[in-house]
Ligand binder design. Structure first.
Ligand code: SAM
Length: 240
């Protein structure tokens, strides 16, 4: 089944961008996912093809018009009624691996990319839209956020990473950060790969990895560590 993505953007040339190379690019060529861009400007009703206007109440910047964006969203919903509509916004729910897994298991996504000061608030009442943030910082547009979200989903699609790498023990999947990795040479600038990893004893290696994952999470991400200790279900689906 193809994971169908529709991107509402004023800058369609930004897609597939980096997702046209490497794993995602190959998966796109193989039809594991598809990409359609929808330009809200095509739904403008005036002769200047305006998509934005000045903020009600005054102030700097411009705001994306609800009527124009709604027409673009309706068009996207008509193409793919079963896909969730996400809007990239800094105030949205922070994107987590659990939500990425849910999205990747679905039919696809429609993503609205904001620009300027963002969207007229009324669009969020008028249409079924889930606001998503990729972090506590402000981008100049939603396109980079959409690329991040898509990349995270695409690598989880069946057959994209290959059977050898399920991603199940990667950071956030278990609620913890992943353990550290090493490769040859065995000794580099006086630093030696931990002996246990050279022992060939898989039970010991697993125990060492679990212990390092826990220790690194506690030190680097106390917020994740606290949640991990509080939540009994540590399976991938429980790692929201
Ligand atoms: N006025 C908005 C605010 O202060 O929250 C910022 C608007 S930002 C300059 C323009 C667009 O970039 C937003 O509408 C959104 O689509 C996108 N964007 C910026 N930061 C983001 C983030 N952290 N996560 C997701 N999208 C973001």
């Amino acid at each position: 089944m193809t994971f169908r993505t529709q991107i509402l953007t004023l800058y369609p040339d930004m897609f597939p961008g980096p997702l046209g190379t490497s794993l995602a690019g190959r998966a796109l060529e193989e039809g594991k996912w598809s990409l359609d861009t929808i330009n809200p400007r095509d739904f403008a009703t005036d002769r200047h093809r305006s998509v934005d206007d000045t903020p009600a109440g005054g102030g700097a910047g411009m705001v994306l018009r609800a009527d124009v964006m709604a027409s673009a969203v309706d068009h996207a919903l008509a193409q793919q009624p079963d896909a969730p509509v996400l809007a990239m916004t800094p105030r949205g729910k922070p994107l987590k691996q659990g939500r990425v897994r849910e999205l990747a298991a679905g039919p696809g996504v429609t993503i609205m990319c904001g620009r300027f000061e963002g969207f007229d608030e009324r669009i969020f009442d008028a249409r079924p839209i889930e606001e998503v943030s990729i972090g506590d910082y402000v981008l100049s547009g939603g396109e980079m956020g959409a690329l991040v979200l898509l990349d995270a989903c695409i690598r989880l699609l069946p057959g994209v990473m290959g059977a050898a790498c399920s991603g199940d023990d990667e950071s956030f999947e278990t609620g913890l950060l992943e353990y550290p990795h090493y490769t040859r040479p065995q000794k580099w600038e006086g630093r030696i790969i931990p002996e246990v990893l050279r022992s060939g004893d898989h039970a010991k290696i697993d125990a060492w990895r679990q212990q390092r994952a826990a220790e690194d999470t506690r030190l680097r991400r106390p917020d994740l560590w606290e949640r991990h200790r509080d939540v009994p279900d540590q399976s991938p689906s429980g790692a929201q």
